[in-house]
Design a protein around this ligand. Structure first.
Ligand code: SAM
Length: 272
């Protein structure tokens, strides 16, 4: 097997710390009714112990790897376990329809795991949220700073679009902090593992999720502007006040519930 150098463009920092690997595998709570999907198996640091557990309990494993060479080596790295045809997917995770992947087995629990490539971890999370209804939970390694952005609340300087969109769909639990030395090559920053559990029903459901995504994107796209200025073409100051939102406020001060009311107001007025 060739031993190619880690590829920066694919965010390849391979896990080497056995303790961290064991904690992540344990956190997946794999049982006979679980279908685990790993994004970016790389050199199989996580995949191998996951495959062991999957085989022991009769679960199902799928992997999605963009790097053609690493994907090609996986059957050897995973020996003596065999991934059934169609479950070793050489593709960009951003192009995978995770609901269709879930439907390839009859397992009732669908769990996604990944030590995510740091350069596209945020787009991957946004992509996964499109399939939130089909995902029981996900366990992801990300830059610690990104986990802090995801979990931040209003008023915090890291609170932004990512925080609101993720908190709308899912509950987040921090599992562990991982220092650079746990990887080869070591990244420049500290990483963190967290569990993301999509809600069955969002705590602040909105009338139209596309409008919600639009409103949140607009609001944070012009962070320094007041909400009145940003939405002046659709919502006026009186209408903002009627839903208890200060027209002179900025996006970073709004709670998830405020955004939900703003989104519903936008949906009502934009329809006319
Ligand atoms: N899971 C391995 C580990 O923990 O050692 C590798 C983790 S490494 C941080 C990220 C992995 O994701 C690499 O194998 C990389 O090739 C793969 N990857 C990068 N971009 C991807 C994408 N868009 N879709 C699927 N896999 C991707």
């Amino acid at each position: 097997m060739r031993h190619q150098a880690p590829r920066k463009r694919f965010g390849q920092n391979f896990l080497t710390d056995e303790h961290v690997i064991a904690e992540i595998v344990d956190s997946l709570r794999i049982d006979a009714d679980t279908h685990v999907v790993e994004i970016g198996p790389g050199r199989a640091a996580l995949t191998h112990p996951i495959a062991q557990r999957v085989k022991a309990v009769g679960a199902q494993l799928s992997v999605v790897e963009i790097d053609r060479d690493l994907a090609g080596d996986l059957p050897i790295r995973l020996l003596p376990f065999e991934l059934p045809k169609g479950h070793l997917i050489q593709s960009d995770a951003l192009k995978v329809n995770f609901s269709e992947l879930k439907a390839t087995t009859n397992k009732s629990k669908f769990v996604v795991v990944g030590n995510l490539p740091y350069n596209i971890s945020t787009p991957i999370l946004f992509h996964l949220m499109k399939f939130a209804a089909d995902i029981d939970f996900g366990v992801f390694m990300l830059q610690k700073e990104v986990v802090e952005r995801i979990t931040a609340g209003p008023g915090n300087k890291t609170f932004g679009r990512l925080s609101v969109m993720m908190q709308y769909h899912a509950e987040m639990d921090s599992l562990l902090t991982v220092p650079p030395g746990a990887f080869y090559p070591p990244p420049k920053v500290t990483s963190a593992v967290f569990r993301l559990t999509p809600f069955n029903t969002p705590p602040c459901p909105v009338k139209d999720e596309r409008d919600f995504a639009h409103v949140v994107r607009e609001a944070f796209g012009q962070r320094r502007k007041t909400l009145r200025a940003i939405f002046k073409n659709v919502i006026n100051s009186e209408q903002l006040e009627a839903i208890s939102i200060n027209p002179l406020a900025r996006a970073e001060t709004l709670s998830l519930a405020d955004f939900a009311r703003l989104s519903d107001c936008y949906s009502d007025l934009n329809r006319d």
